[in-house]
Design a protein around this ligand. Structure first.
Ligand code: TYD
Length: 208
């Protein structure tokens, strides 16, 4: 059976990933690609419990604990959901994956990138997404878009400076892996963002 493809979406909080996620699913389904949607941290029963701990703003933790929990959830996600789905010919779209650990724990929290690379190697081996869409917005735009009335989680509560480091780390990753990571300018009008997403997805589908 043909293998499915693995697509991940990234961006700082408020970059508009969720809107584009729905659009990507629509595009894939129209093209006849069976698709499952999942997210990180989360995607499995254990992962969703770890997510609740990680996002709980009353839960203080060391930055390395945070990174280890992200990778623990990811290990389970890969084993239980991502690899079996790809093997069954499904396309997998994940709202965040490993690049988020490099951006948030590496860039945001300042953890040593080599330690994160070691964790990546240990837990994932050579598994990488076929395509990562990084939705780029200036920090001020992202912060305005995070619903101001909503109760903010442990990450959304961080200051602008944190998100500037996260954004810089994402942009570094995109420069480091230009074949895999496509930067989508998410500060454009919505119709233009959707068009950029559509071009990228169609190119991946026709890649075979
Ligand atoms: P997010 O995906 O933005 O969900 P929602 O749209 O429901 O707020 O929330 C997940 C948060 O977890 C986000 O702030 C980024 C953070 N995160 C990390 O810090 N490291 C990681 O490896 C992952 C996957 C997420």
């Amino acid at each position: 059976m043909e293998q499915g493809k693995f697509i991940t979406l990234e961006g700082i909080d408020g970059a508009g990933k969720s809107t584009q996620l729905a659009w990507i699913v629509e595009l894939l389904q129209e093209a006849g690609c069976p698709v499952i949607v999942t997210r990180e941290p989360g995607g499995t029963p254990l992962g969703e419990q770890l997510r609740a701990l990680l996002l709980d703003k009353s839960m203080a933790m060391h930055a390395e604990t945070e990174a280890l929990l992200m990778f623990a959830a990811r290990r389970e996600h890969v084993d239980q959901v991502i690899q079996p789905s790809l093997a069954q010919g499904q396309w997998v779209v994940s709202d965040r994956f490993t690049d988020a650990s490099f951006a948030y724990q590496g860039g945001g929290r300042g953890l040593d990138m080599h330690k994160l690379e070691a964790l990546e190697q240990w837990t994932l081996g050579t598994l990488q997404p076929h395509l990562t869409m990084y939705f780029d917005v200036p920090v001020e735009v992202g912060q305005l878009r995070v619903n101001q009335d909503r109760d903010k989680d442990r990450f959304e509560n961080e200051q602008a400076e944190f998100f500037r480091r996260v954004r810089a780390a994402y942009l570094d990753r995109a420069r480091q892996f230009p074949e895999r990571i496509k930067i989508i300018d998410s500060s454009q009008p919505l119709a233009d963002v959707k068009m950029a997403v559509e071009r990228t997805i169609r190119a991946l589908i026709s890649d075979g």
